[in-house]
Design a protein around this ligand. Structure first.
Ligand code: ZN
Length: 503
């Protein structure tokens, strides 16, 4: 055993100089101004390099047509949300979010630990969800000024900037709304406000007025996070407590302390109100933390040369929160019941968006009715957000439904008759020629395939007739149906697996 591992190590060393540059080349550059365009390009590269581990969803548009992105990293049942750049000039937080995704995914792939956390285990228990740039219009205005915006709005932007065409201090979105004063938690009584659209501190006419805040609302309801972190940059402190309920105080203090210890940021109660994590504290009863990454620089962005220190302080702290997410999640009551889904034309109609309810409510309804997984729900939300004119006739409805085709593990069955014919009903029509002995079969307790059950596929139904000699009394078997292909060419993603015991 020892000899073998030395041999492998030696081979590894020989190969390293040739493989190393490609395998370990970093995608996210942290030593310069980090722009919206760089983020889009890096998200493409991360999505491609890390396959299923990293998934990127387009979840909506800004008023100036830039895209908002949600990134899924990991596979766990617990959900932790990380986000950056609510405030335009605080785009160093986007650099941090992007670096976290990349570094954690690298550690997952190399099965290595970071700060004492086995990242692979962690990401099997927790899914990290990143919105790396909540305010791409504002970030772009702060970084590039008027040149990045249509001439027709230059005067308006200058006027919201108190007559200046230097936008270094800009915090708001490009409509002059402060996105971190857009949440319904103490919104009425929020202090230090500008009465009209401005480069900072205008809270809007009402909560969730800005499209960017609406998207954050939707995605937060859909993900129902166990812990939330909203990164800002002013002051190397950790805001953590906006009127947290007495019953949650010990829990939240413990979690904030853990972040504080890892990062070195001092814990401070929040009083301002209308912020994203204020809303998390108040309406979700979950920990919502606001780390301020750097020493306050005055009314401008933090210089990228400060990134390295922020990274050292935050890389393990981010993992610590994913770890805490698991503990919170296991305490929540979760409905784990799974049912077979049968979907007919009526159901297809039901998943189309209507204008009657907020998008997240529509997603939640579909999720409940059709037992979608969380990633499927996010996929559906992304589709809603990008569907310009969905109508009942829209072929896209059928297409998205196929994307969401959903198969489940079934409960085990007892006292089954010896010549049982099973009928498994799926939620879409299957191509009969895709059913073979390789993907539809029955195994006995010893792990051998039963010979000669007959398989028939008829539309949505798969029928498996018992072998000629019948199933044996008192024995258990497991039935598998997997990798069938629908008549529209989609492969089923989750196999049906069912154990049964014969009477
Ligand atoms: Zn801020």
């Amino acid at each position: 055993m020892k000899k073998l591992s030395i041999g492998i190590m030696f081979l590894g060393l020989l190969l390293a100089p040739f493989m190393g540059s490609k395998a370990s080349a970093n995608i996210v550059q942290t030593n310069d101004t980090y722009t919206y365009d760089m983020m889009e390009k890096d998200l493409d590269s991360l999505d491609e390099q890390f396959k299923d581990l990293i998934e990127v969803y387009n979840i909506g548009d800004t008023p100036y047509g830039r895209d908002l992105y949600l990134v899924k990293v990991g596979y766990g049942d617990a959900n932790v949300i990380y986000n950056g750049s609510h405030h335009a000039r605080e785009w160093l937080t986007t650099t941090l979010n992007m670096k976290m995704m990349e570094r954690y995914a690298q550690a997952y792939n190399s099965n290595s630990s970071l700060g004492g956390y086995n990242v692979k285990d962690l990401l099997h228990n927790t899914t990290m969800w990143f919105v790396p740039m909540v305010n791409p219009d504002g970030v772009t205005l702060q970084q590039f000024g008027l040149d990045a915006f249509p001439k027709s709005v230059h005067n308006e932007l200058i006027s919201m900037n108190n007559g200046s065409s230097n936008f270094d201090r800009w915090k708001a979105n490009a409509q002059g709304i402060d996105l971190n004063r857009q949440y319904p938690a103490g919104w009425d009584s929020v202090i230090a406000v500008n009465p009209t659209p401005s480069w900072k501190n205008y809270k809007g006419d009402h909560p969730f007025q800005a499209p960017e805040a609406k998207v954050m609302r939707d995605i937060t309801y859909i993900l129902d996070p166990d812990i939330t972190l909203a990164y800002h940059t002013a002051g190397q402190i950790l805001y953590w407590n906006f009127n947290v309920e007495q019953s949650n105080l010990a829990r939240d203090r413990r979690i904030a302390s853990k972040f504080s210890t890892a990062s070195g940021y001092r814990m401070v109660d929040t009083h301002s109100g209308a912020g994203y994590t204020d809303w998390i504290n108040q309406d979700f009863d979950q920990p919502g933390l606001t780390p301020e990454l750097a020493v306050y620089q005055g009314e401008t962005n933090v210089d990228p040369s400060k990134f390295q220190e922020a990274w050292v302080r935050n890389k393990h702290a981010g993992l610590a929160m994913a770890d805490e997410g698991v503990k919170i999640h296991t305490k929540k009551e979760k409905n784990t019941e799974q049912k077979t889904v049968y979907v007919d034309q009526k159901a297809k109609t039901n998943i189309l968006p209507s204008n009657q309810a907020a998008p997240y409510e529509q997603v939640q309804n579909v999720r409940e009715n059709y037992h979608l997984t969380l990633p499927e729900s996010v996929e559906l939300y992304s589709w809603y957000q990008n569907c310009q004119a969905c109508t009942l006739q829209d072929q896209q409805a059928a297409d998205i439904f196929d994307e969401l085709v959903h198969f489940t593990e079934k409960d085990s069955k007892k006292n089954i008759i010896q010549d049982k014919t099973w009928t498994i009903t799926l939620n879409t029509e299957m191509d009969a020629s895709s059913a073979t002995k390789e993907n539809v079969y029955v195994m006995n307790q010893e792990g051998s395939k039963i010979t000669n059950p007959s398989i028939k596929v008829d539309g949505k139904r798969v029928m498996i007739t018992s072998p000629k000699s019948n199933y044996q009394s008192g024995k258990s078997y497991t039935l598998y149906v997997k990798e069938l292909v629908s008549t529209q060419g989609k492969k089923m993603e989750h196999p049906v697996e069912m154990t049964f015991t014969v009477e």
